[in-house]
Design a protein around this ligand. Structure first.
Ligand SMILES: [Zn+2]
Length: 247
């Protein structure tokens, strides 16, 4: 695997996404709402497909299947606890809206941690094969764009000016590139860990899709919305299927 492909993937899935989201903020509110809603739908299909069709089968084929399953279970519980912690830090009253009240510092710290994992996962996936690398990169792009949009609006809502919010995100997202490169140069050492890194990341994709994106979709429940949602989820799965069967 050439380092050029890995670097391109790392930059596209991090800085590239923030730039796209930054540009999307110039859209009119109504258009922006529409675009981010479709991103959300398609991302949930992409994340499910990447985890269940690409990452978990790969992790099982190169690692110990029991350890892979344990890693997924621990990953889901860990993410649940992490989310609880963030909620607990940000909410004083009982019924708080998570997004609206998240403070700037918690957003940025949780964010950097997330981007570090993304970087390590992209490199690990490319160490297995180009197809898996591509699948993981696509999944990260599709969850990063709506995520960056959300994060930018939290920062702006909290009084950070637009330009500064953009640069905050660029700095935090750069950890993806830095840690991705670290992982690349340490690939000899981390090789035995690759299946479990992949399994942990698959857990985060499953969690993100089923515990965060899908509940969000249930807020729109007309027949038209439901058909659109199912179609976009299937489209997401199809994109992953095709990227896994390139060649
Ligand atoms: Zn991410």
């Amino acid at each position: 695997m050439t380092i050029i492909i890995v670097i391109t993937a790392l930059i596209t899935a991090s800085i590239g996404c923030v730039v796209i989201s930054g540009l999307m903020l110039f859209l009119k509110d109504q258009q922006l709402n529409k675009v981010s809603t479709y991103f959300l739908y398609i991302a949930s299909g992409i994340l499910l497909g990447a985890a269940l069709l690409g990452m978990i089968p790969k992790a099982v084929s190169i690692g110990d299947s029991h350890k892979v399953a344990w890693t997924i279970l621990i990953g889901i519980l860990f993410l649940f606890s992490l989310e609880k912690f963030v909620l607990w830090r940000n909410c004083s009253d009982e019924n708080c809206e998570r997004r609206g009240n998240a403070s700037v510092s918690v957003t940025l710290i949780g964010d950097a941690f997330h981007h570090i994992i993304d970087g390590i996962v992209i490199t690990s996936a490319f160490l297995i094969s180009t197809e898996v690398g591509l699948t993981v990169t696509i999944s990260i792009i599709f969850h990063e764009i709506p995520k960056a949009l959300g994060d930018l609006s939290i920062l702006i809502k909290n009084g950070v000016i637009r330009k500064r919010a953009f640069w905050y995100k660029i700095v935090s997202v750069s950890t993806t590139v830095i840690f991705g490169l670290f992982a690349y140069f340490l690939s000899g050492t981390i090789k035995t860990m690759v299946p479990y890194v992949l399994a942990f990341s698959a857990a985060s994709f499953l969690y993100l899709s089923m515990a965060q994106l899908i509940p969000e979709m249930h807020k729109r429940s007309t027949l038209k919305d439901s058909v659109t949602q199912i179609s976009f989820i299937l489209l997401g799965v199809l994109i992953i299927y095709l990227s896994l069967h390139l060649k």
